[in-house]
Design a protein around this ligand. Structure first.
Ligand code: SF4
Length: 193
């Protein structure tokens, strides 16, 4: 769908220079999705792996983030192998709703209520990032926190349009449950893609 060089705005790698590859296609259907244009993969041009890797190589970073859409609707084996062959660190942002493919240095699992993650990805997640839209999402976040590995980083992130309402709730929740950390979409605050 698009590719761009920016700063990672969310989660564990927040603040790092990263090259984003956003793949078209998503069947998860989050009502608050901020990239609905990604849903129909057919609306976006196909790229050759060598060509996209050449674009990534023009940047100064070694960190590549594959996102979507739901990137795991595609077999990512060849793309990640090509990136790794060039020495790139491969991170994925996924809902986990499709089978895992690809070679990853970091898996950020962001489960969605609209289409549950497949159970096999849960122990593999390096980071669990739960978007908080309303109060009931805290209990839902805990359900997944109980299923990921003990070393998995835990993040709560306010849904952007609800941020003024839910961020104070998240702050209180983290103070009471300090195993969680706050993830803000800082790219939206600093106006970068
Ligand atoms: S999984 Fe991501 S791209 Fe898909 S609908 Fe939800 S927020 Fe949008």
């Amino acid at each position: 769908m698009e590719h761009f060089y920016t700063l990672q705005g969310e989660g564990f790698h927040q603040g790092r220079a990263a090259y984003f590859i956003r793949l078209g296609g998503c069947d998860v259907g989050c009502v608050w999705c901020d990239v609905k244009d990604s849903w129909d993969a057919g609306k976006h041009p196909l790229w050759k792996i060598d060509d996209i890797v050449a674009e990534v190589e023009k940047s100064a970073t070694k960190l590549v983030v594959i996102t979507g859409g739901e990137p795991l609707m595609h077999d990512l084996t060849n793309l990640t192998n090509a990136l790794k062959a060039k020495g790139f660190e491969t991170n994925i942002e996924t809902s986990g709703a499709h089978p895992l493919s690809g070679a990853w240095d970091w898996i950020c699992l962001s489960p969605k209520k609209f289409k549950a993650p497949l159970p096999e990805i849960l122990p593999l997640a390096n980071e669990l990032k739960v978007v908080i839209f309303n109060k009931s999402d805290f209990d839902w976040a805990e359900e997944y926190a109980a299923k990921v590995s003990p070393s998995c980083k835990l993040y709560l992130q306010p849904e952007w349009d609800k941020a003024s309402i839910v961020t104070p709730l998240i702050i209180d929740y983290i103070k009471a449950h300090p195993q969680w950390e706050l993830s803000l979409q800082i790219h939206k605050y600093i106006n970068v893609p």
